[in-house]
Write a new protein. Sequence first.
Length: 454
Amino acid sequence: MTADQIREPLHFWSERKLHPENQSMISPSRIRKILFSLFLAFAVASYANGQTPWVEKILPAGSAHVFPTRLFPPDNSWSLNISQPLVDPNLAFYVASLPSSPVGGMQLGDSGSGLNRTVTIESTGLFRIVFEAADNWGIAQWYDLVNDPSARTNLTGPGYGVTQEISTAQPGLFQQVFYGTKPNDPLLYTRAANSYFPNSPRTFTILENSPSRVVVQAISSPVAGSVGVLSNVTGEVTYYIYPNGKIYVHSIIRVVDPQTATEWRCAILGLSDPTSGDPYTSPDSAGWIRSTTTQNPYEWAGVMESYIFAYWRASTTPAPYTNFTKASVLLVPKRGNPNQGTQGRHNWRGWKRWYYGVSLNLGAGQRLTQDYLIQFGTQGSSVLPNINSSAVAGPIAQAYFANPTPPPVPTRAGLLRADGMADNLIVHQKSRFEFSCGLPSRRTIKFTRPRDER
């Protein structure tokens, strides 16, 4: 504001309003308005005089006008350069993972205690898996909720072995077994842990729980039926589970003393299959069809295949098991995994194994770390893929090869969900506090009390 602009109200007052001829025309309300105008004029002038020199500069005639270069301090969010769009590189994953309807969105249920404790993890309307203490904390149950909404068919159990007894059954979607050890043939996940060695140390920890991701960790030692526990070996497996059927598996084997195994089947898909016989002599022709990068069905290859998958083929499966399931599953090892080995098939009656295996030789105190991706599939889903060929499995595997790190979950406000609604989500590790809200008003605000650590 210029000096002339400030003086104008004073001029107006002195020469017009205070003239003797006009004094009778001034009402009290008008006097208040005039005084307020004077006060406002002086206040604005004082503020302007206190500003930095960029506020206004009088330039010589003919000069180009220079606009202020910065209205706010450099560290103010309004000073952020937005000439290029700011896009989170994980935005596509966030949108895919956030629940956009009653289908999708992670839920966790924790029930029982001791050896009767189970932890159920479900992506609503898509899949359900159950970890059981009685199985040494393996994935003892897997259900395809798209085509089996009542969860009647456990696709990874009961997993009867050679004895066909429940006390030594071996359900386990991500199983491990050791051959040539003492005791021999122990499994990381088996009912024998409950039946014969209930006091063998085992822990299960819920590391993270949100609608976008659940992270859990199982720690235990392999058990060989009723014979004994391979206590020199400890398996620590962490699962990052997402609503879209992806499970990122981080597996660590630790030993105290030197340990060898003639064969370590380091990653086994255990699949319930009532058409399976023992022994097997040819590629799968019914039930679960085990396949690889180059063979569908798989017969034999002298080199490691970069991924393995299995699907139920109804067209060649006789009744009454033609429509036993419509599910499929893919297992992808991380490139560069140490001691990865090659793929192999193994059958029991009513049970099929599909795995990677290799010999093992660890020194005292050593550890061995491997990473995998498990992708659930089924028919008739807009979220889960139908993994019945390399044309479907290949792109999923390639994406994992390019970035095997478990994607983060959104932790800041303002992400748009697939249905156009906004979600705010805060996730804390090990303890849990959730805040979710959205528009329109049919959405609710939810607070979840942290669950006590066991």
